[in-house]
Design a protein around this ligand. Sequence first.
Ligand code: CMP
Length: 138
Amino acid sequence: MDTLTIVKPDAFGSGRAGQIIAHLEAAGFLIVAARVKLLTRAEAEAFYSVHRERPFFGSLVDFMTSGPCMPLILRREEAVSELRRVIGATDPAEADEGTVRALYAESKERNAIHASDSPENAEIEIAFFFAGTERLQG
Ligand code: CMP
């Protein structure tokens, strides 16, 4: 099964993308596609459109367009639920010890990494960033 992750502009900009990706590989995820991308405002608004009415939406879009990010497609058994376990809670103050957000996130907004929340959303989010041909087959 595949899922989508994004190393966000806080972690990418401070040079911790490699450490985070190594953490994910050590947790059994195979990278099957990757890119570096500077999101436009329209792209960030579209990606997070489910949060459009939330008070933090404008600030979230500012953050996600503040520098390049790194979307990746990751593969392993139970990829969606396992990735969410490995990255920890949205708020680093609530993230379990040793999770990516406990180790690398600055705040609930600048939280280092995104992960799809369901298999259905994983396919939608994968299609948002990658054309079908870009994903390693198998
Ligand atoms: P992510 O898992 O990418 O999904 C939505 C993002 O919105 C979340 O990570 C955070 O970056 C951000 N976010 C969620 N809740 C809040 C909040 N209460 N305040 C600020 N940002 C938030």
